[in-house]
Design a protein around this ligand. Structure first.
Ligand code: TA6
Length: 285
């Protein structure tokens, strides 16, 4: 079943779509085509949404699965004129997307939203980006742009810690999560250094902002309860991010203890090559 709804959580005036398939439910905002909630079963929330997030004054919503496109992070001055005036993570997190297609199939519920940008800083003609959401016993997100343009993209997923571990009491819990399927080489954006590690695992116990090269097609978040599996395609990098205490406190749209409740594990295509985009993420708890 697919229904339109106004409001989700504290974002009471936000235009959204709700998808249901069996026991599973997902909510996606028309603003940013941002998946805000995925519950494979009732009360089993996979994504983290900041209780202080807002979608007013052009703000990007903090949490869920923001779409970074056509660039990831700060704009690159070598490719984008006036890079310093351009927003972090591209131009579509604060746009209202349109409905392109919806289908209630026997095997899944599916919704596609699209956004057309008439002018991009580095492209002469209008370009359309599509986001397809497929809900079955998993949630699959497909981000597609058929234009052969220079573009980066990331599915900046905020995964909630709560369903991964048996007890969520105390501040130590995020440190119990093992992240698997990363590669052995990454750029550490906290130290600014290229770094090698002995295996493809990681734990988070301090500020973490890493860009891993060529991650596996399957990554996992493992606690002592339900493991979360993320299958991906079209990626050339994975990003692992947690702001930790000081940066959480400095972010107006994040509670001071926000960093204890999520891990961002992101499917990303970061190579600047003029070619079409197809980036896919499938989430299973
Ligand atoms: O994906 C990690 C990252 O690029 C970090 O460097 C961090 O700043 C984060 O994204 C959040 O960016 P935002 O623009 O949403 O505040």
């Amino acid at each position: 079943m697919i229904t339109e709804q106004i409001g989700f959580a504290h974002l009471s005036d936000l235009p959204c779509w709700q998808l249901r398939f069996g026991d599973a439910c997902a909510v996606i905002s028309s603003y940013g085509a941002q998946v805000l909630s995925y519950q494979p079963k009732p009360e089993q929330e996979v994504l983290w949404l900041s209780p202080l997030s807002s979608w007013h004054q052009q703000q990007a919503i903090r949490g869920g699965i923001p779409i970074c496109w056509p660039w990831f992070g700060p704009a690159d001055a070598n490719i984008l004129p006036d890079a310093t005036t351009l927003p972090n993570h591209g131009l579509v997190r604060n746009r209202l997307w349109q409905l392109h297609h919806k289908a209630e199939l026997e095997s899944a519920t599916q919704l596609t939203l699209k956004v057309t940008l008439d002018t991009l800083p580095h492209v002469a003609s209008p370009v359309t980006l599509y986001l397809q959401l497929t809900l079955s016993n998993t949630l699959t997100i497909e981000l597609r742009c058929d234009a052969p343009i220079t573009q980066q993209a990331a599915l900046h997923s905020y995964f909630a810690i709560a369903p991964l571990i048996a007890s969520t009491v105390g501040s130590e819990t995020i440190q119990q999560i093992q992240i698997q399927g990363l590669s052995q080489s990454y750029v550490d954006k906290v130290s600014g250094q290229p770094t090698q590690q002995a295996n493809d695992h990681a734990h988070i116990d301090s500020e973490t902002d890493r860009v891993y090269r060529q991650p596996a097609a399957e990554m996992k978040l493992i606690g002592d309860k339900h493991p979360l599996t993320l299958n991906q395609a079209g990626q050339d990098h994975a990003v692992l991010w947690n702001p930790w205490q000081q940066k959480s406190q400095a972010m107006p749209d994040m509670p001071d203890d926000g960093y204890q409740h999520f891990i961002c594990l992101e499917t990303a295509r970061l190579h600047w090559q003029p070619m079409p985009l197809l980036l896919k993420q499938q989430i299973r708890l």
